[in-house]
Design a protein around this ligand. Structure first.
Ligand code: GTP
Ligand code: MG
Ligand code: ZN
Length: 312
């Protein structure tokens, strides 16, 4: 049976379970196992992750064997302290993060938004911001955020899953890309996806809503194919995304608009907290950096730990 090369296909891993892998190939879902020679090698390409592009040898119409993981172009990962800071890959080949916030119910909290943006920066992923439930508020009250975050490089738009505002724009953003959706429970992630993809059975939200009440949230990650091209991932909570893996001294690197000022701080290792001659604080005072965002920086800083090798 040496003609197997004629039946290999490239597909994308949607879901990983204990024994099998769901792989999307030409719009079908193929249940796969992994070839032994793949797991035997000593590299990060030994373990198949959600989002991986893989070569599959088809066994029949519905089953196949993964023989190769193609190079990954990005990853969403966290480090696990209890395992010597080992990297845990949550998903791969993500093109962008879409942070969904709501105006009300739950209330807009820029502190939470900034935490999600830190996660995006740490993973070197581009982020877009959607302010949903705009039908429940006066858009003018949120214009300041739309303008500021757009200016610092996070395109921000308003939406409503109820009235349909912004849904076409959302479609343009998701089209042809792999997007990780993040956002607090209840902001309308599932509603927005359903608004543009009514046929999609996106259950992840309900599952995570239920488990979030428990002590331990599941970290099951799944890709959902979109009929107009592209995939969305409904991600686990902020804790599961490893937010707390960041040390105090590194936080400033993830506030991208600080960078242009940092060279002018009096101290090269300035963390922009209470150091004299801080150019970041001066920019806050001049109104160039949004004061609320700087306060979020301070609050997040206070919530993080020192690196184990330093005493400050
Ligand atoms: N008024 C208004 N209500 C909305 C909008 N979008 C969603 N909702 C409502 O908000 C509630 C929560 O929506 P979901 O789509 O389940 O929120 P979610 O982000 O998926 O929540 P989790 O799955 O728990 O993470 C539902 O009752 C929706 O009907 C909106 O744009 N406007
Ligand atoms: Mg949901
Ligand atoms: Zn400074």
């Amino acid at each position: 049976m040496e003609n197997s090369s004629t039946t290999t296909r490239i597909g994308k891993v949607l879901k990983v379970t204990r024994k099998t892998y769901d792989v999307a190939i030409d719009g079908r879902v193929i249940t796969c196992t992994v070839k032994g020679s793949l797991t035997a090698q000593d590299s990060e390409y030994r373990t198949v992750r959600v989002g991986d592009d893989v070569r599959v040898q088809l066994v029949n119409e519905t089953e196949g064997v993964i023989t190769e993981i193609l190079p990954r172009r990005s990853r969403l990962s966290r480090t696990i302290e209890s395992r010597q800071y080992q990297e845990h890959i949550i998903a791969t080949n993500i093109d962008q993060i879409l942070v969904i916030m709501s105006t009300r119910e739950p209330a807009f909290k820029s502190g939470l938004l900034d935490r999600y943006l830190v996660i995006a920066e740490r993973n070197q992923l581009q982020a877009t911001i959607c302010i949903n439930k705009i039908d429940l508020a006066n858009p003018e009250d949120f214009e300041i955020y739309r303008e500021y975050y757009t200016k610092i490089g996070y395109p921000t738009f308003f939406a409503s899953a109820v009235t349909g505002t912004g849904v076409d724009h959302l479609k343009e953003i998701l089209k042809g890309k792999v997007t990780a959706l993040v956002g607090h429970s209840g902001v309308g992630k599932s509603s927005l996806i359903k608004a543009l993809e009514p046929g999609l059975d996106i259950k992840v939200g309900e599952v995570s809503r239920r488990t979030r009440k428990g002590q331990h949230t599941t970290t099951v990650v799944q890709l959902f194919p979109l009929s107009f091209g592209g995939f969305v991932i409904d991600t686990p909570g902020i804790r599961e995304l490893g937010f707390w893996d960041i040390f105090k001294r590194d936080l400033h690197k993830y506030f991208r608009e600080f960078r242009q000022y940092e060279g002018d701080c009096q101290f090269a290792d300035c963390l922009h907290i209470h150091e004299p001659g801080c150019a970041v604080k001066a920019a806050v005072e001049r109104g160039e950096i949004l004061e609320e965002r700087y306060h979020n920086y301070l609050a997040i800083y206070a919530s993080l730990r020192n690196a184990p090798y330093e005493v400050r």
